[in-house]
Design a binder for this molecule. Structure first.
Ligand code: SF4
Length: 463
């Protein structure tokens, strides 16, 4: 009987078995940011411990950094304090920091892949829920809490409970105007926000294989929103082509050696899965959330459903929607393109392709926060920023921005945003009664232009 990628990578990185049915797993790459690391470093200091392998930890700042004025000190004293804390910690513990001055700063899940740090067959940990993003390369990537950040810093290992594997097989290719974001929203709708608890999701099938590496990252990014601890995709030529030549990618003979390893950790054709779920990409339409969890979503062409449970009733009340109401035509106040889900260069290229010659509707605040300084530089080299600004979008600096609004980018009152981020929880975008509609970046751009939710295929003539 063959093995899954998860089983192989787990076995290779297993240091030993510990209490409670858990395994101690070696972590190859540790990524940190300014919000979940200060307490972890404080705990190390209290215990008189060092970082065991400082060369395996890399830091950036993303959550609190403003996307307009990044001159120091930051206007928000708390943000400035967090920035100073990470600057002090990386110096004291000898860790590489992708600071704004380095020209490499950005959202942790965008920076790791774009610098070539994220590679197949690795175990990766980061004190952030959306770490599964890195699974797009065929790595096993865990989002962890602050005390586990401390554990990884001190021991380079984590105590983890083995996971079951559900293969999610999606046949056929996506239709025009349907994107990776629509795949993952559709899957969460079908399998539920709790459907993945106890599982790793292995995404497979023609719909996944035909995605770029960037699209694959969008799918894996939201595995956690479906309850799965980990999401991954077997590596292939698309993966290797993406990694080759990047700053931390292996070079020369080391490349050949690693390639052999990467090929060896793919799931075997006769691997045994704990569950298999089959879908057809032809059934997927551009999706829009109408509620307060990513599961509460519908194709843009459909009407808001009758409530099936208390959380649906709560969502309708919070969102001020009525069952039977069309989601298309919902007026928006804000359009946000960015985040670790959809703030990559491919997302920006796709938006620029379709918005050329259009203008943002009056009264809509539309802005784009590129995922990293690398993405920003590339977009500007291609002149994309000019297309965005000409259309009426604000062109910002990199950071998490309005994905979670721990920075000045926030909704006000009960404003509605069309957002390319990953969470539509109550208050997520900075206002306790702000309302978030998740969708693909092209759908956000279409909403910005129309001033309301609209089928981008219709408005932008996508065929
Ligand atoms: S963009 Fe959003 S989801 Fe991603 S790391 Fe930042 S806050 Fe978390």
């Amino acid at each position: 009987m063959g093995k899954t990628l998860l089983e192989k990578v787990w076995e290779i990185h297993k240091v030993g078995s510990i209490s409670g049915g858990r395994d101690q797993i070696f972590i190859g790459l540790h990524l940190i940011h300014e919000v979940t690391s200060p307490q972890a470093f404080a705990m190390l200091r209290e215990m008189g411990l060092k970082v065991l392998f400082p060369e395996r930890t890399f830091a950036t700042c993303d959550h609190i950094i403003p996307t307009d004025d990044i001159s120091r000190p930051f206007a928000d004293p708390l943000a400035e304090e967090m920035m100073q804390a990470i600057e002090k910690n990386i110096k004291e513990f000898g860790i590489t920091f992708f600071s704004p001055e380095s020209g490499k700063q950005g959202i942790v899940h965008i920076v790791g892949p774009e610098l070539g740090l994220t590679q197949p067959g690795m175990t990766i940990a980061c004190g952030d829920s959306h770490t599964a993003t890195h699974g797009a390369f065929g790595s096993i990537a865990f989002g962890i809490g602050t005390s586990q950040v401390r554990d990884v810093l001190a021991t380079q290992t984590l105590a983890l409970t083995p996971l079951k594997v559900r293969k999610i097989d999606i046949k056929n290719k996506l239709k025009p105007g349907v994107y990776a974001k629509d795949i993952i929203l559709y899957l969460i709708n079908r399998l539920g926000v709790k459907g993945g608890i106890g599982y790793a999701y292995e995404f497979a099938g023609e719909a996944i294989e035909s995605l770029s590496l960037e699209g694959r990252m969008t799918v894996c990014n939201m595995a956690i929103e479906g309850g799965a601890r980990v999401g991954y995709i077997n590596p292939d030529q698309t993966t290797y082509d993406y990694i080759k030549g990047r700053e931390y990618a292996p070079k020369g003979k080391e490349w050949d050696k690693r390639l052999q390893y990467w090929e060896s950790i793919k799931s075997d054709p006769d691997a045994n899965y704990d569950d298999v779920a089959n879908f057809d990409a032809h059934d997927i339409e551009p999706m829009v959330t109408w509620g307060i969890t990513p599961e509460q979503c519908i194709p843009v062409t459909e009407k808001i459903p009758e409530p099936k449970n208390d959380i649906d009733k709560e969502a309708l009340e919070y969102m001020k929607f009525k069952p039977g109401q069309k989601i298309e035509g919902t007026k928006i106040d804000v359009a946000f393109i960015g985040s670790c889900t959809n703030g990559r260069i491919e997302d920006l290229r796709e938006v620029a392709k379709y918005i050329k010659g259009n203008k943002v509707a009056k009264g809509v605040k539309a802005f784009i926060a590129p995922g990293s300084m690398g993405v920003k530089k590339q977009a500007e080299a291609e002149g994309l920023h000019e297309i965005f600004m000409e259309a009426g979008f604000e062109w910002r600096n990199p950071g998490c921005s309005m994905c979670l609004a721990m920075n000045p980018d926030k909704l006000v009152g009960d404003q509605i945003s069309a957002s390319s981020s990953n969470r539509n929880f109550k208050g997520r975008q900075g206002s306790p009664n702000g309302r978030t509609l998740l969708m693909s970046p092209v759908m956000v751009a279409a909403a910005a232009i129309a001033g309301e939710v609209i089928d981008a295929r219709k408005l932008l003539n996508i065929k």
